[in-house]
Design a protein around this ligand. Structure first.
Ligand SMILES: O=C(O)C1=C[C@@H](OP(=O)(O)O)[C@@H](O)[C@H](O)C1
Ligand SMILES: C=C(OP(=O)(O)O)C(=O)O
Length: 446
């Protein structure tokens, strides 16, 4: 059987240093938050630059099944107008398919609270392994009834909304442990202003992963006219009751975490990669990326050309290992950083990312497997991953597993820049957030 029959993609080797500009599509996290917030409003919202990928299609299909219209512009398919149900009530007696999308499985259940009947939730079989319980416990505390059809606390399940909406004037107090994912907090905050009396959400766990993503939720609520407050030290978030309404038109920033494989390629292959429309300030954790790459030895600049702001990354032939490196804030970019660090001069211990075991796959285990497969040196830590340097001559090509995980696929492509002959299984899994990955990657190297 040849490579294409086995669904193997030959990762291109970088035979010369790079000089490329890569346009990265809209942010998954912002796209799916805006879709939810638009659905909770009372007037149509036009989203410009929306990510069109598996995760956002799943979100739009979920909203459609709840009675929300998501109209794709005929000329520009990244412009989508969201029309909420006229009476603000979502349709029940329906089924939501979550695929493997954390933002769908953790954000859409909150909408089911305001449906006129039960809503079934299901997803990919691999999604059954992803933790769900804290967000569903939160909805239960708000009066919903959850029926699990498989393992308790996992997909698939049915949510029956409360029969009568309480007339409470005080905020509903909800306590959950969100150390397994920031999305449990975000999922509850997004609907907080629709809870009569508002929401007071307590996180009882010791650790808060991906705090920037929670701040993004709070900022997007503010942008929808909702009063929300965070006491991150006390781990308490409050949302005042009131209307949710995004502006008439909202433009989505590029996905800065999805910029990581491309900008990281400049360190691995040498040369320069630039990404246009890099925001001056952002709530995306990917905003931390340029600083991380600089730490690893890259030169970073933000030139403005013809009014467009770029992030420009230039790598030399040397990559600094980072020693102990706390990545609690931005675990989502760990696979891309790991690929770069395989070629570093010193060991790195990426810490604060134990919750990656509950991502699309157990990413800590997957990264150790795949780094070891090419002859690298990596081990799992209780709360992270250690990567140690090995001489370049010990690194060898292999057939890389991707575990239905878009970031494991882009991770393998990054290794392929410097390890000639890498073959990647199911590169199409990048469609979760980057359907055009193969073209983008090939063009970057052209
Ligand atoms: O809210 C979001 O949009 C996200 C939050 C993070 O989840 P975790 O806190 O589970 O890591 C991140 O990893 C994920 O890709 C997107
Ligand atoms: C963890 C991720 O995704 P999800 O939104 O499915 O949790 C990710 O994209 O790295």
């Amino acid at each position: 059987m040849n490579a294409s029959q086995e669904n193997l993609w030959p990762a291109p080797f970088a035979s010369k240093s790079l000089d490329a500009t890569v346009v990265v599509p809209g942010s998954k996290s912002l796209s799916n938050r805006y879709l939810i917030l638009a659905a909770l409003g009372h007037r149509p919202v036009r989203l410009v630059g929306l990510l069109r990928s598996r995760d956002t299609e799943l979100m739009m299909d979920a909203l459609r099944s709840l009675g929300v219209r998501c109209e794709i512009d005929e000329q520009v398919d990244t412009t989508v107008t969201v029309v909420p149900p006229s009476d603000g009530r979502f349709h029940g007696g329906t089924k939501v398919l979550c695929g493997l999308a954390g933002t769908v499985m953790r954000f859409v259940p909150g909408l089911a609270m305001f449906a006129d009947g039960p809503v079934d939730f299901d997803g990919d079989e691999q999604a059954y392994a992803r933790p769900m319980k804290p967000v569903l416990d939160g909805l239960e505390q708000l009066g919903a009834c959850i029926e699990y059809h498989g393992e308790e606390g996992r997909l698939p399940f049915t949510i029956t909304p409360p029969q009568t909406v309480s007339q409470c004037v005080k905020p509903s107090v909800v306590s959950i442990d969100s150390s397994g994912s920031s999305q449990f907090i975000s999922g509850l905050l997004l609907i907080g202003s629709r809870v009569p009396g508002g929401l007071e959400l307590h996180h009882t766990g010791e650790k808060t992963p991906s705090l920037p993503h929670i701040r993004m939720t709070v900022a997007d609520l503010h942008g929808s006219g909702v009063r929300a407050n965070a006491d991150e030290h006390a781990r308490v978030w409050t949302v005042q009751p009131g209307a949710v309404q995004l502006p008439e038109t909202v433009t989505v920033e590029p996905d800065l975490s999805n910029a990581a494989p491309f900008l990281g390629a400049a360190l691995i292959a040498g040369g320069t990669v630039r990404v246009p429309h890099w925001p001056e300030s952002t709530t995306q954790p990917g905003g931390l990326l340029p600083g991380y790459l600089e730490h690893m030895g890259a030169e970073i600049s933000f030139p403005v050309i013809d009014g467009v702001r770029y992030c420009e990354v230039t790598g030399s032939s040397h990559i600094n290992g980072l020693g102990d490196f706390d990545l609690t804030a931005a675990g989502e970019i760990a696979p891309s950083l790991a690929a770069i660090l395989v070629f570093a001069d010193k060991p790195t211990r990426m810490l604060g990312i134990g919750h990656l075991r509950g991502h699309e796959t157990n990413r800590l285990e997957a990264l150790v497997n795949e780094i070891t497969r090419v002859g690298g040196d990596a081990r799992e830590l209780p709360d992270g991953l250690e990567i140690a340097p090995v001489p370049a001559m010990n690194l060898k090509p292999a057939e890389m597993e991707t575990y239905a995980d878009h970031r494991m696929a882009t991770f393998a492509a990054m290794l392929g820049l410097k390890i000639n002959g890498i073959l990647i299984k199911n590169i199409a899994t990048t469609a979760k957030t980057l359907p055009d990955f193969v073209n983008m990657w090939t063009n970057m190297l052209a």
